[in-house]
Design a protein around this ligand. Structure first.
Ligand SMILES: [Zn+2]
Ligand SMILES: [Zn+2]
Length: 363
């Protein structure tokens, strides 16, 4: 009986991956070196946040909490739900010099034009996106849609980048849950590449590249974390970071503003599911950079672009950063020490009730 049980458990535990190869990243058109044979064991130790003292619901020193004053002297309203304001320290904005001094020689410059905003997810200082109810995430998605529409239609705004940096390891000292919007005169490089590649693929094959990625992931199944009728989450075959996850609607939309209510609801549900799995994995507020990849707003034809949300988590284990070094900074290609299949299995094994409420781990 014991022998049978052992055999059974061994059969459901994913085989240790020993992937050692290069994998093509079709959206970036670059190779990722996967050297998972070098990795050591996955994290089995203490849950990091076990003795974590909860944050206060409100922090008098937080510039994002309702009723508090910000750096520029503005007072936040006593907001409920989502709150959006113009960034007090914008990287692009109306106060940037209109006529910067032209540089010498072959160099070029131009005004740092655009709009930078901050979106607070909730008045609650102590929560993260992972701890919000599905309906609150749906409301946030509606705000993301509004911001893309409002800023994207402005003359001179060619792209709207919405992203969240979460955690001190990615430089965020204020835990109040929020993301940022950079609406710029230029299209960010990664989006430019994805748009170009998606367009060529559509022209050459008549198909949407991201649809073929989803179909390939579904056929394989090993890297899918969760899905429902209209949305899906997976660790892509070509992941550059250990716990990199793509979350996307199943139907192609160049940006998220054209999702219908059912698609928004399903996308919010899958997004929340992924966020909870992240936090439950190590029992900590899982850090990440989360960009929304949506088509440029420069008036071009982006029918081959499939909007999606990416997660780039910087940690390989609790306290262990993925350092960007020689290959990444020096050469521009990523070296991954982990196999996407194994990391997806770790995420799939997590409970979908947030650890602060009940569930620590199911596997
Ligand atoms: Zn706060
Ligand atoms: Zn992308």
């Amino acid at each position: 009986m014991v022998q049978e049980l052992e055999t059974f458990f061994q059969s459901i535990i994913p085989a240790r991956a020993t992937v050692w190869e290069e994998r093509w990243h079709p959206l970036r058109e670059e190779w990722v070196i996967v050297a998972a044979h070098r990795q050591d064991r996955p994290w089995n130790g203490e849950l990091v946040d076990r003795n974590h003292t909860p944050l206060a619901l409100y922090d008098a020193d937080c510039y994002l909490c309702p009723g508090n004053s910000r750096v520029g002297g503005e007072i936040n309203p006593k907001y409920h739900g989502v709150f959006v304001f113009d960034n007090d320290h914008p990287c692009v904005g109306p106060n940037a010099p209109a006529n910067p001094i032209p540089p010498a020689g072959i160099y070029r410059n131009r005004p740092a034009q655009g709009v930078a905003r901050v979106i607070c997810y909730t008045p609650r200082h102590d929560l993260t996106l992972a701890e919000l109810a599905t309906v609150e995430i749906e409301n946030l998605l509606a705000t993301w849609q509004d911001q893309y529409l409002d800023l994207g239609r402005r003359p001179g705004i060619n792209h709207v980048l919405i992203f969240e940096n979460k955690g001190e390891v990615v430089g965020v000292s204020n835990p109040h849950p929020h993301c940022q919007v950079y609406a710029t005169n230029f299209v960010f490089k990664t989006i430019e590449t994805e748009a170009k590649v998606s367009d060529s693929y559509l022209n050459e094959t008549g198909r949407v590249l991201f649809q073929d990625i989803i179909a390939t992931e579904q056929r394989d199944g090993a890297r899918i974390i969760c899905e429902n009728e209209r949305a899906i989450a997976f660790v892509p075959y070509f992941a550059r970071y250990a716990y990199e996850v793509f979350v996307a609607p199943k139907q192609t939309h160049a940006n998220l503003t054209t999702l219908n209510d059912a698609e928004v609801a399903d996308l919010a549900a899958v997004l929340r599911d992924v966020l909870i799995r992240f936090d439950n994995m190590w029992g900590m507020r899982f850090p990440y950079v989360m960009p929304l990849h949506q088509a440029p707003t420069d008036g071009g034809d982006y029918s081959g672009f499939h909007a999606h949300i990416e997660f780039h988590p910087p940690l390989r284990k609790p306290g262990l950063l993925k350092y960007l070094a020689g290959p990444e900074i020096g050469g521009g290609n990523f070296l991954s020490d982990t196999a996407a299949e194994e990391k997806a299995a770790e995420l799939r094994a997590q409970c979908t009730v947030h650890y602060t409420r009940k569930c620590r781990k199911s596997a």
